[in-house]
Design a protein around this ligand. Structure first.
Ligand SMILES: C[S@@+](CC[C@H](N)C(=O)[O-])C[C@H]1O[C@@H](n2cnc3c(N)ncnc32)[C@H](O)[C@@H]1O
Length: 282
């Protein structure tokens, strides 16, 4: 299937308009692979035919399906393990000392099919003595309806489970059925999911003690990335933490967050009204 420049420009434009995600020239090779199943399913022979249907708005649901297919939903349980160890062993226990109501609020923004949010739920549940009497409000949000539906089902294939979990963890937190594994009721009750664009209003339920926004903002332009950081800053607790993906940073992107030297990969909200922030011109 040939992807002409004009087709790829239109499809990239649609994706960007709906989600802010940019399909830069070097990533446009993804279009063909990403859309092939959708075209087969809808018996659409070529991308030009797809564009014609989209432009003539003959099938309003098709644009949603195209955007869903073009999004990169790559994720797995305990992705990059180290940040989960840091959060579970140090950051959350530290912040817990300042939460007499014994409640922690966590937002996984751009959660894909839920593995990140369930990883947090597993991590906290794995230490019942430490967290006895605590309540956790964990919310996962994503712009894609399809991944949020999957996250709510909490059902994963053998391959998806194996990608991040050992056999002991799998057996402890999941129940096997003929198609794979479903997260047990305890985990499912800990996490709520919502379709939400990171560029729109943040979810209710804050202020959040921890926000994970990993591998989501990478392909946003600077202005939108800045806007996303700004929105997150409005719902994060003053002593809360923002976790980005490996290789992502706030440096040069926003003055609303600053690296926390004591916790690698974690960023803290900056009080822009503080005398220090004013002095430093941030
Ligand atoms: C590469 S996945 C990362 C998933 C998970 N955070 C992780 O690191 O494993 C990126 C997710 O961000 C979502 N996403 C992209 N643009 C978004 C937006 N504007 N608002 C909310 N979610 C978005 C995608 O649908 C996708 O599920």
């Amino acid at each position: 299937m040939e992807v002409s420049d004009s087709s790829s420009r239109i499809l990239a434009g649609l994706l960007e308009a709906r989600t802010g995600q940019q399909l830069t020239m070097s990533r446009r090779w993804r279009i063909e692979t990403a859309l092939s199943a959708l075209l087969r399913e809808r018996s659409i022979a070529t991308l030009d035919e797809l564009i014609t249907i989209l432009v003539m708005n003959k099938d309003p649901k098709l644009a949603d399906a195209v955007v869903e297919a073009l999004l990169n939903n790559e994720t797995y349980f305990f992705r990059d393990r180290a940040p989960f160890d840091m959060i579970g062993q140090r950051f959350l226990p530290e912040i817990a000392q300042r939460r007499p109501d014994k409640r922690l609020r966590i937002w996984s923004a751009g959660c894909s099919s839920g593995q990140e949010a369930y990883s947090i739920a597993m991590m906290l549940s794995a230490d019942p003595l430490r967290w006895q009497g605590w309540t956790f409000d964990i919310i996962g949000t994503d712009v894609s309806d399809a991944v949020i539906s999957k996250a709510r089902r909490a059902h994963y294939t053998q391959f998806e489970v194996q990608r991040g979990l050992g056999i002991q963890e799998t057996i402890r937190w999941f129940e096997e059925d003929e198609d794979g594994w479903q997260a047990n009721e305890k985990l499912r009750k800990m996490v709520k999911f919502e379709v939400r664009n990171i560029l729109d209003a943040p979810p209710m339920g804050g202020p959040f003690d921890l926000v994970l926004c990993r591998n989501v903002l990478l392909y946003l332009n600077n202005e939108r990335r800045r806007a996303a950081f700004e929105r997150i800053s409005t719902v994060i607790a003053p002593d809360g933490g923002l976790l980005l993906g490996a290789g992502e940073t706030v440096i040069g992107q926003t003055e609303r967050f600053a690296a926390d030297r004591g916790h690698r990969g974690l960023y803290r909200p900056v009080d822009l009204t503080s005398p220090e922030a004013k002095l430093l011109g941030t």
